[in-house]
Design a protein around this ligand. Structure first.
Ligand SMILES: [Ca+2]
Ligand SMILES: [Ca+2]
Ligand SMILES: [Ca+2]
Ligand SMILES: [Ca+2]
Length: 493
């Protein structure tokens, strides 16, 4: 059959089914409505009727000839967007009353977002509407942040989306314009883009990564990026070379498979999630920074105006990144001051990343600090378990430390602390140096926990307190060459 013949047959078949089924479901609905049962929905295509009723009436419902079986209508099935929000505990922040309202997230990538999909609630604008086509990828990514669809709900469904599109062929200068437009029009920039080939994903910092670092340091925006899908590459396959993923100041996100459950026990890193570290002077850089669900994700599809098509959009770190961008939007709504403290946002997200998916719980090659736990980050914010400093060389005591009192920690509690500061890229993006090398010490009544690396702009410790008592963070000055640095530390326990 030709395509049009097939469509005609499908249409006829649907009409036939609908006619047969709706006669029964409609009649049954009217009949039980008269007995006092609330009829919520009558399917006109499938033999299903949804009702809300008392336990007493439920028993009498079973006596009707039309009723074959009664099921509980509680949502036990869910598409993966539902699961992902639960897996990272964003839903617990929703229950605290936040959905990202008042925050704009820029979707920085080649293509533009299809705002015809009316499940994108708030249209914050598009950089270049002259591009002929809309992008499925950009639309799916935008949906993961801000879809208002009830089942496929974005992590921050109250946030506004700004489409910071470059060009469909990822022209480099257009991508620079896209980053700038994102920085101008939004507080958070999501970057689900990077090298197409294994070789292209080399170990270097790209100009765009430096530009992103510049935006974080000088425009004070939070920039989030996918780590890339080159984990299976033997040649190349680094977190770098293209896009903004190798940026020091960027929150780079790997992809794990939540296995369609909100339990963490069954989670595994996707083998395709890029993890090889960018090169550095001492060879100890670590990327990605965190991980988030990105396997078998459902989101928004391209749409005719006023409709809301959804569907499975597949796998990749492209879909992990907006989980973190959406989480950042929730944190910004909870405390809008964070919109000018991107170091604090990153520290909160890393300190909350308690879902250890592979390797060390502290920091490991593929999941970084771990799978994010949005609610844990929110709790650290809410409970004031973070500090921000504008540090100069005079800020350190005679031991070279800045001391932060964490308060009382009970024995048996798992403690995770993240220290974050920034690199300082030159305005021509030729250099992007770390002007400080800070180290992190956490001192308890009978223990000390240390994170000392040379080439990172973050340090992380993760331990279980073996004795109750007051714990103290020491931010140690190993090297301080610059004039001043913004430094944030956050902890969860
Ligand atoms: Ca799971
Ligand atoms: Ca780990
Ligand atoms: Ca790594
Ligand atoms: Ca260090």
């Amino acid at each position: 059959m030709s395509a049009s013949e097939t469509k005609t047959v499908i249409k006829a078949r649907q009409e036939q089914l609908s006619k047969a089924v709706s006669v029964v479901t409609r009649a049954f609905g009217s009949k039980i409505r008269r007995t006092g049962v609330q009829v919520d929905e009558v399917s006109l295509l499938s033999p299903i009727v949804y009702v809300t009723t008392s336990v007493g009436l439920l028993t009498s419902l079973a006596d009707h000839d039309e009723v074959v079986r009664i099921y509980s209508a509680e949502s036990i099935d869910g598409d993966d967007m539902d699961v992902a929000a639960g897996a990272i505990r964003a839903d617990d922040i929703w229950n605290s009353g936040f959905n990202g309202s008042g925050v704009t997230v820029a979707i920085v990538e080649g293509g533009r977002v299809d705002f015809d999909n009316n499940c994108l609630g708030l249209n914050g604008g598009t950089r270049s509407t002259s591009d002929s086509t809309v992008s499925q990828h950009a639309t799916a990514v935008a949906g993961m942040v801000a879809s208002i669809n009830t089942t496929i709900r974005g992590i921050a469904s109250g946030a506004s989306i700004y489409s910071a599109n470059g060009s469909d062929d990822y022209n480099s200068s257009k991508m620079t314009k896209a980053l700038d437009a994102g920085a101008t029009n939004a507080e958070i920039l999501n970057n689900s883009w990077g090298a197409k080939t294994c070789k292209g994903a080399n170990s270097s910092m790209s100009a765009h990564a430096r530009q992103a670092d510049y935006i974080v340091r000088y425009v004070w925006d939070t920039v989030v990026a996918s780590s890339g899908n080159k984990g299976n590459c033997t040649d190349g396959g680094f977190v770098g070379g293209s896009g903004v993923k190798a940026g020091h100041n960027v929150i780079t996100v790997g992809n794990y498979n939540d296995k369609g459950t909100t339990d963490w026990d069954d989670d595994t890193m996707s083998s395709s999630s890029s993890y090889k570290n960018p090169s550095s002077d001492f060879g100890d850089r670590e990327k990605p920074d965190v991980a988030a669900p990105g396997t078998s994700i459902s989101s928004l599809l391209l749409a005719s105006p006023g409709t809301c098509p959804t569907g499975n959009v597949g796998n990749g770190t492209s879909y992990s990144s907006p989980m973190v961008a959406g989480t950042a939007a929730l944190l910004l709504e909870a405390d809008y001051a964070l919109s000018v403290y991107p170091e604090t946002v990153k520290a909160l997200i890393m300190a909350g990343a308690r879902n250890n998916i592979e390797g060390s719980a502290r920091l490991s090659d593929r999941d970084g600090a771990g799978g994010i736990d949005a609610y844990e980050s929110y709790c650290s914010l809410f409970l004031n378990r973070y500090r921000w400093f504008d540090v100069t060389s005079r800020s350190f005591d005679s031991n070279g430390d800045i001391n932060v009192d964490m308060g009382y920690v009970q024995a048996g509690r798992r403690v995770k602390v993240a220290l974050v500061w920034l690199s300082n890229p030159s305005s021509d993006y030729k250099d992007d140096v770390l002007e400080a090398d800070l180290d992190l010490y956490v001192v308890g009544p009978n223990s000390e926990h240390v994170s000392c690396s040379f080439d990172n702009s973050a340090e992380v410790v993760d331990f279980t307190a073996t004795k109750s008592g007051n714990y103290k963070i020491k931010i140690n000055n190993w090297r301080f060459d610059g004039v001043s640095e913004y430094v944030a530390v956050a902890w969860s326990y």
